[in-house]
Design a binder for this molecule. Structure first.
Ligand SMILES: C[S@@+](CC[C@H](N)C(=O)[O-])C[C@H]1O[C@@H](n2cnc3c(N)ncnc32)[C@H](O)[C@@H]1O
Length: 275
């Protein structure tokens, strides 16, 4: 039997419910920053926006509310499993201005053009040729339209105080495996120098890095990733199940200590204008 048009296995983190839930937590942590950058980039009532690699659509739905019935959000993703989540969310929030396109950003053409803005968050890290996709997405913008990207610049900034050698080893292992199996985890470093060849002018590059204690909401963001990812690595035979157990125990110890401080991965917000 041929593989399905959208090969769910090809999304490194999977498209199951746990991943959709993790993306929801991640969106809620980042929501104030995304609302802020959309506003600064001029997204408003009537705007037409692409959400590239929309996943289950947490950002798509917020964008759809902002652009309103006279605007439109084109949600592009190759995962069919996330489609139901977008449709259910749109129904629950009474939104009829989302068009979903089942496409592979690497293989397919962008199905719309002349849009006001392209938003792409945590997608380039999975793309084998990020500059080619950057050029394609830039081609869909109208002159003066905004390209808005949130992606990692240095994932290796993640650390803990007091030091947690097992978690530090997790960070190193995850980076190594990501770069070997998924894409470039620090892809934002490659995107900024490539903006001119994509016909884009840098408006702003704004770094985001936080420290959090277990009581801070932001703590929940890496929490939803670290132990499930250690388990995924064990399932794939990259590490032993015992090692994943150690990561889980060390994470629990960090969380029990009210004096724990975690530093998050450094993310870069890139805003650029179509020339
Ligand atoms: C980490 S999720 C981010 C989802 C969403 N942007 C967000 O911020 O919540 C990455 C998404 O990129 C999609 N994706 C990865 N590679 C893709 C490709 N080549 N074409 C289309 N979608 C892709 C995955 O299916 C997944 O939904």
């Amino acid at each position: 039997m041929p593989p399905p048009a959208s090969d769910e296995r090809s999304y490194y983190l999977g498209t199951h419910d746990i991943e959709a839930w993790r993306l929801g937590v991640q969106h809620r942590v980042w929501r104030p920053r995304t609302l802020d950058v959309w506003r600064r980039a001029g997204i408003t009532d009537g705007s037409v926006v692409i959400d590239a690699g929309a996943g289950p659509g947490h950002a798509t739905l917020d964008l759809a509310e902002i652009v309103g019935p006279s605007g439109k959000v084109h949600a592009l993703d190759r995962s069919d499993n996330f489609r139901a989540a977008i449709e259910a969310g749109a129904k629950a929030r009474g939104l009829a201005n989302i068009e979903r396109h089942n496409i592979d950003l690497m293989l397919d053409d962008i199905p719309v053009s002349g849009v006001d803005a392209v938003f792409i968050r945590w997608v380039f890290i999975f793309i084998a040729d990020p500059v080619a996709v950057l050029k394609k997405l830039a081609g869909a913008l109208k002159p003066g339209g905004r390209f808005i990207c949130h992606d990692y610049y240095d994932w290796g900034t993640m650390n803990w105080s007091p030091r947690r050698p097992v978690l530090e080893e997790f960070v190193e292992t995850a980076i190594r495996d990501w770069n070997a199996s998924a894409g470039d985890i620090n892809v934002a470093r490659r995107l900024i120098p490539a903006l001119p060849e994509a016909g884009l002018t840098l408006v702003e590059a704004r770094p985001f890095i936080f420290t959090a204690t277990p009581k801070d909401f932001i703590w929940q963001w890496p929490k939803t990733f670290i132990v499930p990812h250690a388990r995924r690595l064990a399932e794939r035979g990259v590490v032993t199940p015992q090692w994943a157990d150690e990561v889980e125990k060390e994470w629990a110890r960090a969380e029990e200590d009210p004096l724990s401080i975690m530093t998050t991965p450094l993310l870069m917000e890139i805003v650029a204008a179509k020339t």
